[in-house]
Design a protein around this ligand. Structure first.
Ligand code: RAT
Ligand code: ZN
Length: 442
């Protein structure tokens, strides 16, 4: 059939599946790195770097923080205790989680299903009682070759990193290995949460790193923060600047705005947004994460909270020269955020973040966004922390988004609009690559 021929309603769903499978994805937010940043699992002929940043392989998949949280729901209190669990080595942690969540129970949760989907896509049998066979498979891979394999299986063309400059491990690697870190498969994003979330702590660090920044905001200090930002943006060749923000985040101020928060907001207003505007870079806000409500769970101990869209609206209006990527963690915020995007072309809504990255919620949120925004948004990012997760996160998202899109095309066909393969391919390209790239470039 020619690309321009109208599809019959009965053929639409299959055409959408084909188009989405063929569309390679620019993944705009992950926690993945090229091998130059070190990797704990050396693989074939390689030596592991225990603090390395590229995570991959079955032990990392099974100890993903989403699954650590699920482990502590099913183990009897104190067996093991949190601290005892964290003292165990990675393989023992993975063995425990595998037994509890995958062997002794049916692995019903999305995070569990994801591990199985990944193993299956790699050609492994997901029904093993122990992890031994999987470990053997991964020991045979080289990190760089395995990145290619995963990107091919997931049909991802570009992986966007999250480069946390306030993380000493990562910062040291940039300073030491800078020029050796480039990898055409990855792009960098400057991540700077402490500058707004905890100005006092950020200012201390900046002072240690040779920037004349004091505990009180001053004109000179703001200039130095701008110098810090431009130094790191050019070192990383970052394509945007990002932070996650708590549910209490308010702009210009709110009931929870103490002295430290007010200083952070001034840094945002006087340093971060002006630098982004000058350099034409978007500022990404991921809003609604309440950190460490259960500190003993570490990364698994963060919570969701409802955030304030009026603050996003204030920023988009007052900083008309800036571009904002925004995602929110609370399901309850999604409708108001999509409506805000109807009002501001400089607001690009993206992704179904973290606790929203579940089929039922992706379906609901994507449907609503299509109805309010047409194809002018970015439906998903992977947030993968473990390379192999690209496989399942994108398989699952493609499947759900495909079903939602097929419904919409069928409804359009019922309204008399001819739907062609070319229409569908164009929309798939917009949603999974072009909207993001165009927003960076505009
Ligand atoms: O989804 C996650 O793994 C979270 O822990 C966070 O990394 C979150 O996505 C973030 O970027 O802050
Ligand atoms: Zn993330």
């Amino acid at each position: 059939m020619s690309e321009a021929a109208a599809l019959s309603p009965g053929n639409i769903a299959a055409a959408v599946r084909r188009s989405l499978a063929a569309q390679s994805i620019v993944d705009m937010h992950t926690h993945l790195y090229p091998p130059g940043f070190g990797t704990p699992l050396g693989g074939k002929g390689g030596v592991g770097d225990p603090d390395g940043l590229l995570l991959w392989g079955v032990d990392e998949l099974v100890t993903y923080h989403y699954l650590v949280a699920e482990l502590f729901r099913v183990t009897p209190p104190g067996r093991p205790g949190y601290e005892e669990f964290w003292r165990m080595n990675k393989c023992d942690q993975a063995d425990l989680i595998w037994r509890e969540l995958f062997v002794d129970r049916t692995p019903l949760s999305e995070a569990c299903r994801g591990v199985l989907q990944t193993l299956k896509s790699l050609g492994l049998d997901p029904n093993e009682k122990s992890l031994a066979r999987y470990r053997k498979y991964f020991a045979e891979q080289t990190p760089s070759g395995y990145i290619d394999k995963v990107m091919t299986l997931a049909n991802v063309s570009t992986i966007t990193m999250t480069n946390a400059v306030f993380d000493d491990n990562e910062r040291t690697r940039w300073l030491r290995d800078g020029h050796k870190l480039a990898d055409a498969r990855f792009t960098a994003v400057l991540r700077i949460d402490p500058l707004v979330r905890d100005y006092a702590a950020a200012a201390q660090k900046l002072a240690q790193w040779g920037y004349a920044v004091g505990p009180q905001i001053s004109d000179g200090g703001i200039d130095e923060i701008k110098r810090f930002l431009t130094d790191w943006l050019s070192r990383q060749r970052a394509v945007y600047v990002a932070m996650s923000l708590p549910p209490e985040f308010r702009y210009p101020t709110g009931p929870g705005t103490g002295e430290n928060e007010a200083a952070g907001l001034e840094v945002l207003r006087r340093a971060i947004l002006p630098v982004c505007a000058d350099m034409g870079l978007p500022f990404a806000m991921m809003i609604g994460s309440r950190l460490r409500v259960n500190p003993a769970l570490r990364d698994a101990g963060d919570m969701v909270g409802k955030a304030d869209i009026a603050s996003v609206v204030n920023l988009c209006r007052q900083f008309g020269k800036n571009k904002f990527f925004v995602t929110m963690l609370a399901r309850e915020n999604q409708h108001e955020l999509a409506v805000a995007a109807r009002k501001f072309g400089n607001l690009m809504v993206f992704g179904c973040w973290w606790f929203l990255n579940n089929p039922s919620l992706i379906a609901e949120i994507t449907q609503m966004r299509l109805e309010l925004l047409g194809s002018s948004f970015i439906p998903q990012h992977s947030d993968a922390r473990v390379l192999d997760q690209l496989i399942y996160k994108w398989t699952h998202s493609r499947e759900v988004i495909g079903r939602v899109l097929a419904d919409k095309y069928e409804a359009l066909a019922a309204a008399g609009r001819s739907i062609t393969e070319a229409d569908i391919a164009q929309d798939a390209h917009r949603l999974f690559a072009k909207n993001y790239l165009d927003f960076l470039a505009r």
